[in-house]
Design a protein around this ligand. Structure first.
Ligand code: ATP
Length: 594
């Protein structure tokens, strides 16, 4: 234990000397003593406030005044009954009459002594402030009293009036008692301090960053020790989720910050009757960096909420799909979304996630288009593999693009780990890729062994009645983007859209509306504008058939476009497309991928 550094402010010299003498024998103490009564004492305490003292010792009124200006503990060396009896005994040998004047601490002790002495009559006067002292002394003088027993301040006033005085001094026992109490108190505080310091140092050295907020959303504790820029990003991300954590009591967020990925686990920590929203933040070790498009980490708080009920439709088929999705999203059953390009599979997957119980945890999107065996191994074997979590949502998109080796890897991982039982799995697969369901394929395993629930999103050609609502949504997104007001489409323009044959579904509709929006300077988009944009769409499609004549594309790009067009014509049946092109199915698949 370090020495206890004590500031002594004694009201009179004798007390200072006594304290210093006693302290000399106490090795635990480092005493700095000064003399100063009442306001003089306060002045000393003010001057010494930056000198790192542990405790202040003073007496009676001076101690009371010092307490008002310091946060340090102030120990009052009390006058003991023995101190008082000593002074009375001395006064009794005086031939004249004597009285006792002082603040309550002195007079209360005297009253007890008088009672113990069979009610011996003593002239005792209690004052409550310095200003009362003179009046009180005058009264005693009138009653023939010529000796006053009192504290430093009373004695000072009495002397000025020509009275004889006896100063009540603290004896050795009172000082020793005060020192013993202080040493015991500081032993206790020092054990407590040591524990807190150790906890702080342990926390500083853990891998997790910890940030706790108080009720005013200010940081109550933080051990984030990172470069300034990243530290600010971590704190700001935690701050953003304080309300959500306070409401939900538990949240998990996964967030790429800078070039690293961080996992935030939020919990409410209770201390001393108060609740502190607290985040434990861990940098994730992964070979797949957040910039890689193959794995995307999202949270419900990252974007506006999409709910199944708010997807606009008056189409019977789509309504039924939404109804089924709502039912299955209440369970933890895996789900497969089928649909042609641009039918809204990603949006639908997000709507399932946002409306489910899993929305307090992240949704991780794994795009098979960008995955390869190396990346699958990296994600499975990583010490911070996202699959080690529980109640996450995993959305595997473009499953039709997964090659055979990757399919085998994923199937064996699912079989061995049962990770799909602890998390919500959603898969998406472009309809028409019949080979995806060949005997022994992963999709067949997912459907049969994992009992995934299939949901097929209708193509836009099957839900043309939804075109007006979809157009309104797209327009309302475009207005803030371009700062332009367009109220809708002319009825004839809507009619044209409803009679168009859509190849790329909502993606294509969205693109057309954006083009028409940019070409329009009126409140309504005219049918001529839509006609023009649709005509361009047709030309773009024909360009694909005449690729050599249009653009500056490489042979690989031209091949890919031709294959995509033939596939689309063959309703995504790969066998028929390969047959038509005179190539094998595996060649067709390879050319599509690269
Ligand atoms: N119900 C909807 N209401 C409004 N916009 C939608 C809706 N569904 C999808 N969209 C929009 O349509 C576009 C295509 O949707 P999305 O990306 O979900 O389709 P997808 O089927 O996943 O596409 P891909 O086949 O390319 O993977 C997106 O811009 C999306 O915002």
């Amino acid at each position: 234990m370090n020495k206890i550094k004590i500031l002594v402010i004694a009201p009179y010299n004798g007390m200072k000397d006594l304290i210093c003498e006693i302290a000399e024998d106490m090795k635990e103490l480092e005493v700095h003593a000064f003399v100063g009564d009442m306001l003089d004492g306060v002045k000393i305490a003010e001057e010494k406030k930056y000198e790192d003292f542990d405790v202040i010792i003073s007496r009676a009124g001076t101690a009371e005044l010092i307490k008002e200006i310091t946060h340090l503990p102030v120990i009052d060396i009390k006058l003991s009954a023995i101190d008082m009896m000593r002074a009375i005994k001395l006064a009794k040998s005086y031939s004249g009459k004597f009285g006792i004047v002082g603040f309550k601490s002195i007079t209360d002790t005297t009253k007890i002594i008088s009672q113990l002495n069979h009610g011996e009559h003593l002239e005792i006067k209690t004052v409550h402030s310095i200003s009362e002292i003179d009046d009180c002394l005058h009264e005693l003088i009138e009653r023939g009293i010529s000796l006053i027993i009192g504290d430093v301040i009373t004695v000072k006033h009495a002397k000025k009036m020509g009275l004889n005085t006896i100063l009540v001094t603290s004896g050795r026992e009172s000082v020793i008692t005060a020192f013993t109490d202080i040493i015991q108190l500081f032993k206790h505080i020092s054990t407590f301090k040591e524990k807190i310091l150790l906890t702080h140092n342990i926390i500083r050295n853990v891998n997790d960053h910890i940030i706790a907020f108080n009720g005013k959303k200010d940081i109550a504790f933080s051990n984030v020790d990172e470069p300034k820029e990243i530290k600010e990003m971590i704190i700001s991300e935690a701050e953003k989720h304080v309300d959500m954590l306070t409401q939900e009591k538990k949240v998990t967020i996964m967030k790429p910050l800078g070039s690293e990925l961080y996992l935030f686990h939020g919990k409410m920590i209770s201390s001393n009757g108060l609740s502190y929203p607290t985040f434990y933040i861990n940098k994730q070790k992964s070979k797949i960096k957040p910039v890689d498009k193959s794995v995307i980490y999202t949270n419900v708080s990252d974007e506006p909420t999409i709910l199944l009920d708010s997807l606009p439709t008056s189409n019977k088929l789509f309504k039924k799909v939404i109804q089924d999705a709502k039912t299955v999203s209440k369970t933890n059953m895996p789900i497969i979304l089928f649909g042609k390009k641009g039918t809204g599979k990603d949006t639908f997957a997000k709507a399932i996630y946002h409306g489910s119980n899993y929305q307090k945890q992240p949704m991780i999107i794994i795009d098979a288009h960008y995955m390869n065996e190396k990346k699958w191994s990296a994600i499975f074997e990583s010490e911070n593999s996202p699959f080690l979590n529980e109640n996450f949502t995993f959305y595997f998109k473009n499953m039709h693009l997964l090659n055979e080796d990757s399919q085998l890897l994923l199937e064996s991982y699912l079989t061995n780990t049962y990770v799909h039982k602890r998390n919500r799995f959603i898969f998406s697969c472009m309809s028409g890729y019949s080979h995806s369901f060949d005997q022994g394929s992963l999709m067949q395993f997912i459907q049969n062994e994992l009992s995934a629930f299939p949901l097929t999103l209708p193509a836009l050609n099957e839900r043309k009645e939804d075109i007006p609502s979809l157009v309104s949504i797209f327009l309302s997104d475009l207005m803030p983007k371009y700062g332009k007001q367009i109220l809708g489409l002319e009825p004839e323009a809507i009619h044209l859209l409803q009679h168009f044959h859509w190849t790329y579904n909502l993606i294509q509709l969205k693109r057309i509306i954006e083009k028409a929006f940019l070409l329009t300077d009126d409140f309504y988009i005219a049918d001529e504008t839509i006609e023009k944009v649709l005509a361009n769409e047709k030309i773009e499609e024909t360009e694909i058939i005449n690729p050599v004549l249009h653009g500056h594309k490489t042979l690989d790009e031209i091949n890919k476009e031709i294959i995509e067009k033939v596939l689309s014509d063959e309703n995504y049946n790969q066998s028929r497309a390969a047959q038509r092109l005179g190539i094998s199915r595996s060649t067709l698949w390879r050319k599509l991928k690269y």
